[in-house]
Design a protein around this ligand. Structure first.
Ligand code: HH2
Length: 280
């Protein structure tokens, strides 16, 4: 996809796929089990992802895996704020992964330039915040609530439903005054979806891309990768996660959200070199 994603003072070129590195400042994330709960560890981890070639760092303080415990917005903010502030001060493009407008607002004030909302800007307070700032926005699809989303999710045509939802939410943001170039959409792999749903969304990603917004895909270390490969430990799902990232980009994704930045950057570089016939 051509053009750029406008994120505050940053303009991220979409000429090649963007890599978003994940920093979970939580004790209970499914994939890293709390290694970045200490803010100093989280900041160091973000810095090393930037050195490995991440284009932006997604900082989250609330685990959203099925069955995750409740966190108050005040606690969530206390976790993420020092990490957002320090990484932004280094000049990094920082994304705040939150469903809470008060958390997003404080993080944007502290230097975050992307708001990543797994509830798809369904809260009017989030829409108002989006309209009042110039941050880039990730609009993600989730079925229901993190606690209940995996209770027998059912769709007619999952791709049509997810794509329709994303276009409606993005359209609502534009109606509220948000520039289209600030918006990226995300099918929400694993959020209220079975393995079959996830595979269908990835296989037919081009139908979501066709709606006209750049698409972000977060498949890294997710359960469907473990189901297919038989790898139960999320940290050991690198090979399957890279396959998912490459297939997403091949089908038109503009960005991938990953835990293993160096490996994903290298895999994308080789895939791109093959496509272009040059390693430059
Ligand atoms: N996935 C997770 C969290 N935030 N945001 C977007 N836009 N897309 C995703 O696919 C997505 C997301 C869940 O993964 P992770 O952050 O590793 O785990 P946890 O929610 O347990 O912290």
């Amino acid at each position: 996809m051509q053009g750029a994603w406008l994120c505050g003072e940053h303009e991220l070129s979409l000429a090649r796929p963007l890599v978003m590195g994940i920093v979970n400042v939580t004790p209970d994330s499914f994939s890293d089990g709390g290694t970045n709960f200490d803010p100093r560890a989280a900041i160091a981890s973000g810095q090393s992802m930037l050195a490995d070639g991440a284009d932006l760092i997604d900082v989250g303080g609330e685990s959203t895996h099925p069955g995750a415990g409740e966190v108050t917005p005040a606690e969530e903010l206390a976790r993420v704020l020092p990490v957002v502030r320090d990484l932004a001060a280094l000049g990094a493009v920082v994304s705040i992964d939150t469903r809470h407008a008060e958390v997003a607002s404080a993080c944007v004030a502290a230097g975050a330039s992307v708001i990543n909302d797994v509830s798809g800007f369904s809260d009017p307070a989030m829409v108002a915040l989006a309209a009042s700032c110039d941050a880039g926005l990730v609009v993600m699809h989730m079925r229901g609530d993190p606690r209940t989303m995996q209770d027998e999710p059912r769709y007619g045509d999952v791709v049509a439903e997810v794509s329709g939802y994303l276009s409606a939410q993005a359209g609502g943001l534009e109606e509220a005054g948000v520039a289209r170039e600030r918006i990226v959409v995300d099918p929400g792999i694993g959020f209220g979806k079975t393995t079959a749903h996830n595979l269908e969304l990835l296989r037919r990603l081009e139908e979501i891309v066709a709606a006209g917004y750049p698409v972000l895909v977060g498949a890294s270390r997710k359960r469907f990768v473990g189901e297919i490969t038989g790898v139960s430990e999320p940290r050991d799902r690198l090979a399957g996660s890279i396959a998912a990232a490459l297939e997403a980009v091949e089908r038109g994704a503009s960005a991938v959200r990953v835990h293993d930045v160096a490996e994903t950057v290298a895999a994308l570089a080789v895939a791109r070199a093959i496509g272009q016939g040059t390693g430059e």
